[in-house]
Design a protein around this ligand. Structure first.
Ligand SMILES: C[S@@+](CC[C@H](N)C(=O)[O-])C[C@H]1O[C@@H](n2cnc3c(N)ncnc32)[C@H](O)[C@@H]1O
Length: 327
C-alpha cells in the first residue's frame, strides 16, 4: 500500500476507532518508521525518485513520490509539534501549551487517543477547554471523511435513494445520521408533508446537520441525541429506518433490532447498509475487520429480532444493502 494510502487508512482507523475504542493497534502502527525503513532513509529514497522524475518531466511518475513525501513530511511535522507540546506541558506553561495544541490540531493531528492518554500531556488535557478543542477537531475530520469528494462513487446515493423508493409524506429515521449525507436526501424525498428523524450519539454531528438543514431551509428534519443502545423511537412511528455504516457500532444488535422493529409502522422497513465482512480487502474507509459484521450474522440476528429480508440490493461495491421487514 502506498504511504499516502497508509496515512489515510490510519486517519480513518483512528477516527472510527475513537468511537469504538479500537484505536490502539493503529496508534502503534502509526509510529514513524514502523513500516521498516527509518523515515530519513525513506525520505531520501523518495526525494531521489522525485528528482529523477522531475528532471525527465515525467509528471505521472513524479506524482506518487511527491505525495508520499508530503505525507511523510506532514507526519514528521506533527511529531515535532507534539514534542513542543510535551515540553510546554512539562514546563506547566498552559498558554503556550494551548497555542501549540491549536497549531497541532490545525496542522491535521489525528491521533486524539494519544492526546487523551499520554501522561506527558495530561497537564493540558485535564482541562475541559483542551478536551473540547480536541473533540471539535475530531468532529471536523470525521465530517470531512463522511463528506469526502470520492464517496459518491462507492456509496451511490442516487441509486440507493431510488432503491429505497421513499414516498412524499413518509416518516423516516436516519439512525447514525453522521454529517447528514443521507438525511438531506431523505428530507427532500419525504417533502414538506413528511418527517425525517436524524439520530446520532454525538451532538457535534447533529449540530452539523442543523447548520445544513438551516442553509437548505428544510423544516422537516428533527434532530435527536440518543444513547448508543437505544434509538428511542416511538412505537409504530416509522415507515422506514435507515442505518448506513452504523450497525457495526452497535454492541447488542439483537436487542437493538427489536427496538427498531417495534418502531415500524404497518408495512414499515429497516434498510441496512454496511461494509461486507472481508478482512483481506483493502478498503480505505471500512471499519477494522474485528468490527465488520458478516451479512449472514446480521441476517440471523435480525431474524431473532423478528425482521426478515425483503430485498437485497447488490450494487454497492464494498457494502451490502438489505431491506428487512417485520415477520
Ligand atoms: C460511519 S458514520 C455514518 C454516518 C451516515 N450514516 C453516513 O452514511 O454518512 C456512523 C455514525 O453513527 C453514529 N453512531 C455510532 N453508534 C451509534 C449508535 N449506537 N446509535 C446512533 N448513532 C450512532 C456515529 O456518531 C456516526 O455519526
Amino acid at each position: 500500500m502506498r504511504r499516502t494510502a497508509v496515512v489515510r487508512v490510519l486517519v480513518v482507523g483512528m477516527v472510527l476507532g475513537q468511537v469504538t475504542g479500537l484505536a490502539a493497534a493503529a496508534t502503534e502502527a502509526a509510529t514513524p518508521g514502523s513500516e521498516g525503513l527509518p523515515s530519513a532513509l525513506e525520505a531520501a529514497r523518495l526525494r531521489a525518485r522525485l528528482e529523477t522524475a522531475l528532471a525527465a518531466a515525467a509528471w505521472d511518475s513524479a506524482l506518487a513520490p511527491a505525495q508520499e513525501l508530503a505525507a511523510l513530511e506532514q507526519e514528521e511535522h506533527l511529531e515535532a509539534l507534539y514534542r513542543v507540546l510535551r515540553i510546554h506541558c512539562a514546563r506547566e506553561d498552559s498558554s503556550r501549551a494551548y497555542e501549540t495544541l491549536d497549531d497541532l490540531l490545525g496542522a491535521g493531528w489525528w491521533n486524539h487517543r494519544r492526546l487523551r492518554t499520554d501522561p506527558d500531556v495530561a497537564f493540558l488535557m485535564a482541562r475541559e477547554r483542551a478536551r473540547a478543542l480536541v473533540r471539535a477537531a475530531w468532529s471536523r475530520q470525521y465530517i470531512g471523511m463522511l463528506e469526502r469528494d470520492t464517496r459518491d462513487a462507492m456509496q451511490k446515493p442516487v441509486e440507493v435513494m431510488a432503491a429505497l423508493a421513499v414516498q412524499p409524506g413518509q416518516r423516516v429515521a436516519d439512525v447514525g445520521a453522521g454529517s447528514g449525507y443521507f438525511t438531506l436526501r431523505l428530507a427532500d424525498a419525504v417533502g414538506p408533508g413528511g418527517r425525517v428523524l436524524a439520530l446520532d450519539i454525538r451532538q457535534e454531528m447533529l449540530d452539523h446537520i442543523a447548520a445544513r438543514t438551516r442553509a437548505a431551509q428544510l423544516e422537516n428534519v428533527e434532530l435527536r441525541l440518543v444513547p448508543a443502545d437505544d434509538p428511542q423511537l416511538e412505537p409504530g412511528s416509522c415507515d422506514l429506518i435507515l442505518m448506513v455504516d452504523t450497525m457495526h457500532y452497535v454492541k447488542d444488535r439483537v436487542a437493538y433490532a427489536r427496538r427498531l422493529r417495534a418502531a415500524l409502522a404497518p408495512g414499515g422497513r429497516v434498510a441496512i447498509i454496511d461494509f461486507r465482512f472481508d478482512p483481506q480487502a483493502v478498503r480505505e474507509f471500512a471499519p477494522p475487520p474485528e468490527q465488520q459484521v458478516a451479512r449472514e450474522v446480521l441476517d440471523s440476528e435480525l431474524a431473532e429480532a423478528g425482521l426478515v429480508v425483503a430485498a437485497d440490493h447488490g450494487f454497492l461495491p464494498e457494502q451490502y444493502f438489505v431491506i428487512y421487514e417485520a415477520r
